[in-house]
Design a binder for this molecule. Structure first.
Ligand code: SAM
Ligand code: DTB
Ligand code: SF4
Length: 326
């Protein structure tokens, strides 16, 4: 473990630099665990109520058959995962699901489609879906793949609050994860989303065989965007049989919590979302993630295609920790 007495950067006051360097971020990441968590929790309390966690619900509005080859994904047509593909759901069924989510306490509704990008003919339906879900009084988020400038503007005009588009990992490791698009393609869509006026939701996945440096670099990229994302989902890989990354080296719980803490310190005002992978986490690990600054989770027993904790388990967790839904 690094001797932090020699790390001026790591001991600097908790104000964010104008531009993060990898060295500063890595020094913070390697602080003694107690110092790192104390610092993350202190930053967290400056901007958020530490006992409130936002509940989001996810719906896969178009499942499987995706032409992209993301090595972690059950929905790629490049991998034999046994998932049946389906067409875009109709607006009424989506609204019925969103209504149930609201009744169940969700404040945010996130809809995903297994597309490389929406086709021009899809846009009309998407716009109707956004308007109908928003009319229920839910915060809305969509993740539909790459967007051009006009599509982003159209979604913004329809009232979509957030667009999710993850960089997933570091620029260096990206080609190991996906070959059908580049890191630069991801950044271009993020730029279109930002320019349109929508809020940006962008994060990544840990436990795909990446190094500690890749994890730090991913956060440096996010924190150094012209404006950091308002929402930063941190997923722990759910290994899916039949995908190339299913046998990757896992990430340990302490290392995972360190990344959450670093994200909180580097992006103090953003929602840090403890996203995929909670089914494989103990209550204690999740408690440490909340202490490190995670303040949003996905609820409901299915994410897009993979399992998530049952509502009853999450209610029990919140009770044990004295947490309230935001
Ligand atoms: N097609 C869209 C796109 O290109 O962004 C989005 C849908 S995608 C399923 C949303 C995000 O979920 C991915 O960017 C990835 O970060 C995360 N994800 C997908 N499969 C995962 C898995 N098996 N484990 C953890 N996270 C996963
Ligand atoms: C994000 O970063 N994680 C969510 C949400 N954004 C769309 C999706 C997690 C998907 C987990 C794998 C699955 O359900 O297939
Ligand atoms: Fe397609 Fe998105 Fe899955 Fe990649 S992550 S294969 S783009 S659905």
């Amino acid at each position: 473990m690094l001797d932090v007495r020699n790390e001026a950067a790591a001991l600097a006051p908790a104000t964010a630099p104008a531009e993060w360097t990898s060295a500063t971020a890595a020094a913070i990441y390697r602080l003694p665990f107690n110092d790192l968590l104390f610092r993350a929790q202190s930053v967290h309390r400056q901007h958020f109520d530490p006992n409130r966690v936002q509940l989001s619900r996810l719906l896969n509005i178009k499942t499987g058959g995706c032409p992209e080859d993301c090595g972690y994904c059950s929905q790629s047509s490049h991998h034999a995962t046994g998932l049946a593909a389906s067409k875009l759901m109709d607006v009424d069924s989506i609204v019925a699901e969103a209504r149930k989510a609201k009744a169940g306490g969700a404040a945010r509704y996130c809809m995903g489609a297994a597309w490389r990008n929406p086709k021009p003919r899809d846009m009309e339906a998407i716009v109707r879906i956004v308007a109908a879900v928003k009319a229920l009084g839910l915060e809305t988020c969509m993740t539909l793949g790459m967007l051009d400038r006009e599509q982003a503007e159209r979604l913004n005009e329809a009232g979509l609050d957030y667009y999710n588009h993850n960089i997933d990992t570091s620029e260096r490791y990206y080609p190991t994860v996906t070959s059908t698009r580049s890191f630069a393609d991801r950044l271009e869509t993020l730029e279109h989303v930002r320019q349109s006026g929508m809020k940006v939701c962008c994060g990544g996945i840990l436990g795909m065989g990446e190094s500690e440096q890749d994890r730090v670099e991913m956060l440096v990229t996010l924190a150094n965007l012209p404006e950091p994302p308002e929402s930063v989902p941190i997923n722990m890989l759910i290994p899916i049989a039949g995908t190339p990354l299913a046998e990757s080296d896992r990430i340990g719980p302490i290392e995972f919590v360190r990344v959450i803490a670093l994200a909180r310190i580097m992006m103090p005002r953003s929602f840090v979302r403890l996203s995929a992978g909670r089914s494989a986490m103990t209550d204690e690990m999740q408690a440490l993630c909340f202490f490190a600054g995670a303040n949003s989770i996905f609820v409901g027993d299915t994410l897009l295609t993979a399992a998530n904790p049952e509502d009853a388990a999450d209610r029990k967790l919140f009770d044990r920790l004295g947490l309230q839904a935001l």
